[in-house]
Design a protein around this ligand. Sequence first.
Ligand code: AQP
Length: 327
Amino acid sequence: MKRAFSGVQPTGNIHIGNYIGALKQFVQLQNEMETVYCIVDLHSITVPQNPKELQEHTLDVAALYLSVGLDPKKSIIFVQSTVPAHAELAWILTCNSYTGELSRMIQFKDKSKEKESAPTGLFTYPLLMAADILLYDAQYVPVGNDQKQHIELTRDLAERFNNKYGDTFVVPEYKGTKVGARIMALDDPTNKMSKSAENEHSRISLLDTPSKVKKSIMRATTDSDNEIRFDEENKPGISNLLAIYSVFSGLDIKEIERKYAGCGYGQLKKDLVEVVNDSLVDIQKKYFEIRKSDELLEILREGTKKAQNISEETMIRVKEKIGLVRL
Ligand code: AQP
């Protein structure tokens, strides 16, 4: 049976970029293979977090996992820091990696560029991500395409370890969506949509009110030629709106182009507000039911147990290979 692994950082409310690039795939894959999904809280502390908010956001993300359709009977859902093997394997991978390969990571360069001195965790973050994936023998990693380079590094690390110590890890593959693998910020379609961007109108969170969704979409940056056509290079703003429209409506982009031939951007935006708000209603209804229920903590505890069982087996294998004593 094949297995997929992925995670989301509890750094704020999940936005439609996270949903389209990652979560929507999580839900599809749970019907095709074994699936393990984590709330990666250890990743989120690579940048400063308010402890109270971090706890809340962790449970928010867990509740959103369930609200978008993850089923704890099909998927293992847990919080990363409750399974110590993640940090343990990350250290072992750190000792089998090079600073040169880590300094090439685009996300590290981006996130550290305005800092006088970058936190070490930000630099070694891809090794923790590699540990997350390799612990579960995952063949597939459903993520947005901003994470593609980290999956490449994970593959290199797995192959290097296998070559040095003998077959130990499954070498995983990136799994991306055709449409929306990188949803762009609404205020600046040359940057990806992000939870931590300052401008709240740069993103649509899954928990946004209908009026906030309307404001963010209606003021989204487009271009001046008023032609509704998918062309990411020359028309990144409109192409981004078309991708969002396509995912939430189920129509393909060509159909949407035909539907709006001769119409202005205003009409497209107005209809998109409706399409997005209609899709968020159900997610939000489920979210508010689940978030306060005891069931949520129970599901996470169960997930921890299952994740611990799998990861402990991997750690026994790894430790034996590198000569760490077992008493
Ligand atoms: N804009 C995006 N389009 C498509 N996929 C995206 N993902 C993130 N942004 C987009 C995918 O969502 C998953 C979870 O991301 P994450 O929370 O682990 O980290 P991130 O990539 O750093 O996401 P954010 O929203 O930009 O968070 P902050 O601002 O905290 O850094 C991943 O699969 C990611 O590819």
